[in-house]
Write a protein that binds this ligand. Structure first.
Ligand SMILES: [Zn+2]
Ligand SMILES: [Zn+2]
Length: 347
């Protein structure tokens, strides 16, 4: 089968690899019908995420059809349309039993476990093995297209996590720095908590346009005075909740200045190195800073939002390519060409 494979020196190639087989009783084999390129795939390509050897099939955001089922799988059978979480979790360890599946040492990637495209073979291919399938898959309703459902297991799940951890309350003003796919996912999610207004900051026209379509008051960072404009919009107080969805030390610093006393800064960006946290000032402000990768156990709830039409993920999928043209797709995605937001690859 064809797959996008990481090579020496950050090169990628589309080449033939062996098909996966059931290895453990809780596994499912999924025939991939749509997968995406994620920002972290670009980090992997540039060697910025350690522990991924050449020869690895990359990719971790995908949907497909159940092809084969392990003997202990209870919830799925051959032919089911499913969306997968980007990472896996065992469901029985102390972290999973606390409901913090992102910290599962048997699955959660940053806890030392396995992740599709890191430890587990990735999704930019035709067939994939999904361990702990009863936990990590969710069904897709007939009327929901692959190109929309595919975002539930990673970028929308991560955006939702940012909004959830921001503890948005009814009537709040929320500011989102960064209108990439995760920032836009956070914007769609923020509305589920009943804020008065969501302000979205970016500097690319197409991203600002989509943020506006998703109901945000947009702030074009190229026009400057971002912090002043946030202050003006909040009666001089600062925002109740700020979400940093870029992973940039400059916007992190701006985010801290944009949040009101007693407010929350929720961080989901991946930073290239250490950032400064001026605790000697912040201690007087009582700001809560929350962070972390997504808790994807909410995937079923998020799929329900998509199914009901309360959330429209369709505009995120700006480009669709056949898997064999993945290298062109990476170029487009990585270099923001042709107003690319997300590329869907079709095996
Ligand atoms: Zn991702
Ligand atoms: Zn676990």
């Amino acid at each position: 089968m064809r797959a996008v494979v990481l090579k020496e020196g950050g090169r990628l190639a589309v080449e033939d690899v062996p098909e996966p087989r059931i290895q453990r009783h809780g596994d499912v084999i999924v025939r991939v019908t749509a997968t995406t390129i994620c920002g972290s795939d670009v980090h992997i390509r540039h060697g910025q995420i350690p522990g991924i050897p050449p020869g690895t099939v990359i990719g971790h955001e995908f949907v497909g059809v159940v092809e084969d089922v392990g003997s202990e799988v209870m919830g799925f059978q051959r032919g089911d349309r499913v969306a997968a979480a980007a990472t896996t979790w065992c469901g029985v360890c102390p972290a999973c039993r606390r409901g913090e599946v992102q910290h599962c040492p048997n699955g959660g990637v940053w806890a030392g476990g396995e992740h599709f495209g890191k430890g587990l073979s990735g999704a930019q291919t035709e067939y994939i093995r999904v361990p702990y399938a009863d936990n990590c898959l969710t069904r897709i309703a007939d009327h929901v297209a692959d190109e929309h459902a595919v975002f539930v297991g990673d970028v929308f799940g991560t955006g939702y996590h940012a909004a959830y951890e921001g503890r948005i309350r009814t009537g709040d003003t929320v500011v989102i720095f960064g209108c990439g796919p995760i920032g836009l996912g956070a914007l769609l999610s923020a509305w589920q908590f009943g804020p008065r207004e969501v302000l979205a900051v970016d500097m690319l026209d197409n991203r600002l346009a989509l943020a506006r379509r998703y109901g945000a008051t947009v702030l074009d960072a190229r026009e400057g005075r971002v912090l002043e404009r946030i202050r003006e919009a909040t009666g001089g107080q600062g925002a109740d909740v700020v979400i940093e969805a870029i992973g940039n030390p400059v916007t992190f610093s701006q985010s801290l200045k944009a949040v009101r006393r007693g407010g929350t800064l929720s961080v989901v960006g991946l930073f290239p190195g250490p950032v400064e946290l001026p605790l000697h000032e912040l201690v007087f402000y009582g700001v809560t800073v929350s962070m972390g990768l997504a808790n994807l156990s909410r995937m079923g709830q998020l799929m329900a939002l998509v199914e009901s039409g309360r959330v429209d993920l369709a505009p995120l999928a700006t480009h669709v390519f056949p898997l064999d043209q993945a290298l062109e797709a990476y170029d487009l995605f990585e270099n923001h060409k042709d107003e690319c937001l997300k590329v869907v690859l079709k095996p």
